[in-house]
Every structure is written in structure tokens, then in C-alpha cells.
Design a protein around this ligand. Structure first.
Ligand SMILES: Nc1ncnc2c1ncn2[C@@H]1O[C@H](COP(=O)(O)OP(=O)(O)O)[C@@H](O)[C@H]1O
Ligand SMILES: [Mg+2]
Length: 280
């Protein structure tokens, strides 16, 4: 596995925030090293599954540059986070209901200028998340991929990080690079893993174990302890996922009994019990 610099190329004191999760709220950043691995698919369907379990769930499209949660959910928002950031709308105007019963805040395609972490973007982002989280049991951040300063900042607001990776070597190398930066900059004791598009049962656990071995050898957290990867589950490669995306429907509604939907249900159950085990 390739070695990467511990800090992103443009890191400076401002752009490398320590994790400062917002207290009291259960914010889970869903992130990945490489794009196209299934973050948005997992975010939307996990939100639907958590909603079915009786939780109040919000998904925030934190992929400010390449937002596509609206596409997956077939929503055509008039107002987005962009309008909140520019003062044209109130936050409550951009919280939308979805067919899955959860709420979303969409970024909109006009967010390209926010792909850089300026002090304004930082404070707007923080304000939005602080204002919105008290109304929900869990907030999922569908973040961008990689280790840009905006991505790292959005992750720093979350109490839990769920890294989505696929078994492809490129996805794993990029996941390792992202995890390594998170370990160095955010001082996290653990990161949760979900392996998407698996082919054989047991793939994800084996992959997570291999990544853990590399981390143990090369990466220490601020406390000197190796970062612990927690395998939360596998989601099999399943043709129904593509069908649902093409129809712009939630997999959990379109094909609730298919293998990928069942796996998302298990992930929701595990995440719920994990989060409820933690004192607020
Ligand atoms: N478990 C899966 N089985 C089959 N195809 C999948 C699966 N997960 C994701 N995909 C495919 O990958 C595409 C990209 O997923 P997406 O959630 O948009 O990725 P990201 O948000 O990480 O960029 C989806 O549109 C879908 O076609
Ligand atoms: Mg996405």
C-alpha cells in the first residue's frame, strides 16, 4: 500500500482542524478516500433504514463541490444550502422531507465556490450544523471524498466517522490515505468501516483486518495508540442498486428484500445500538 504524506498539501493550522464534534448531537460523517464508492447511496438508504427504526434522521449534503443527493432522491429543490450561505434563505426553508421519511438539506450545484475552506464557509457550515442537530436523533453528513480541507472540516464536526470503501485496490489505497490523515489531524481513537460492493461474505472483515495491520505498523494517534478500525458491515454488489439509482428511488423502497437493502438494514441496526450505547 502506498505511503502518503501525513498532511494534505495545502494544510495549515486553520485547514487542519482537530475533531471538535458538536456535543450532544449524534453526527456521523459518511466519507471515503475515493469518489464513486457509494457514499450517497449508503447515506440515503441508511437514513431510510434508521427512520424505519423510529429515529429522527437528517442527511446533510456536505459534498459541497459534487453534490448529488438530490439526484438519488429525485428532488428538485428550489432552495439549497447555497441560499443559506448567501443569506437568501433561512435554514428552516431548506430542510426538505424525503420519500424515505427522513429530512435532507441539499447543497445544490451552485456550491462549487465552497470547495475551498474559507473562514466564511467554515463559520456558515458550523452554524448550520449547530442549529439543525438538536431537532434530530442522528445527522448523517454525506461528505465529499478525499482529504481536501473542506472534507476534513466537515468530518471534524462529526462524533463518528464511517468510511465507505470497496474491495478495489484503488479504493483501499485511498481509504488508507484518508484514514491516516484523520488519525494524524483529528486524533480519533476509532473509525468505522463499511465495505460496499463486496463479492463474497467475509470480504469486508478481511479487508478491514488488512487495513488495521497496515495502520498498526505505520500510523499512531496523538495518544500513541494505533487507530482502531471497527468493521460495521458489508454491502454486497447488487444489480438492484443501479436499478434504484437509475429510477432515482431509494433501494429500501424499490427493492426492500434484495441483498444490498438487507445489508443496509443490518448496518442501521448496528449503528443504532452503537450510538445508543454511548452516553450523551
Ligand atoms: N452495493 C452496490 N451494488 C452495486 N452498485 C453499487 C453499489 N453501491 C453503489 N453502487 C453504484 O455506484 C454508484 C456510485 O455511488 P454513489 O453513492 O453516488 O457514490 P459516491 O457518493 O461515493 O460518489 C451508484 O450510482 C451505483 O450505481
Ligand atoms: Mg456522493
Amino acid at each position: 500500500m502506498s505511503d502518503v504524506p501525513l498532511a494534505p498539501p495545502n494544510a495549515d493550522a486553520d485547514a487542519a482542524p482537530q475533531a471538535r464534534p458538536i456535543s450532544g448531537a449524534r453526527i456521523v460523517a459518511i466519507t471515503s478516500g475515493k469518489g464513486g464508492v457509494g457514499k450517497t447511496f449508503v447515506s440515503a438508504n441508511l437514513a431510510a433504514a434508521l427512520t424505519r427504526r423510529g429515529l429522527r434522521v437528517l442527511v446533510l449534503d456536505a459534498d459541497l463541490g459534487l453534490a448529488n443527493l438530490d439526484v438519488v432522491l429525485n428532488l428538485y429543490p428550489k432552495l439549497t444550502l447555497h441560499d443559506v450561505f448567501t443569506g437568501k434563505a433561512q435554514l428552516r426553508d431548506v430542510v426538505l422531507p424525503t420519500p424515505g421519511g427522513f429530512s435532507v438539506v441539499l447543497a445544490g450545484s451552485g456550491m462549487v465556490e465552497y470547495s475551498r475552506l474559507t473562514p466564511e464557509v467554515r463559520s456558515e457550515f458550523l452554524h448550520v450544523i449547530q442549529t439543525i442537530t438538536p431537532d434530530y436523533d442522528i445527522v448523517l453528513l454525506d461528505t465529499g471524498a478525499g482529504i481536501s480541507d473542506v472534507v476534513l472540516f466537515s468530518i471534524s464536526l462529526a462524533s463518528e466517522v464511517l468510511v465507505v470503501a470497496t474491495p478495489e485496490p484503488t479504493s483501499l489505497t485511498d481509504a488508507y490515505a484518508a484514514i491516516k490523515v484523520l488519525a494524524a489531524q483529528q486524533n480519533r481513537s476509532h473509525i468505522r468501516m463499511v465495505i460496499n460492493q463486496t463479492v463474497r461474505p467475509g470480504d469486508g472483515r478481511a479487508i478491514t483486518g488488512q487495513l488495521q495491520q497496515v495502520l498498526n505498523r505505520f500510523v499512531a494517534t496523538g495518544s500513541g495508540q494505533p487507530l482502531r478500525l471497527i468493521h460495521m458491515g458489508d454491502i454486497p454488489a447488487d444489480p438492484s442498486v443501479r436499478d434504484a439509482v437509475m429510477r432515482r428511488q431509494l433501494l429500501l423502497q424499490q427493492m426492500p428484500g434484495c441483498p444490498a437493502a438487507l445489508a443496509i438494514g443490518q448496518l442501521a441496526s448496528k449503528l443504532q445500538s452503537t450510538l445508543l450505547d454511548q452516553p450523551r
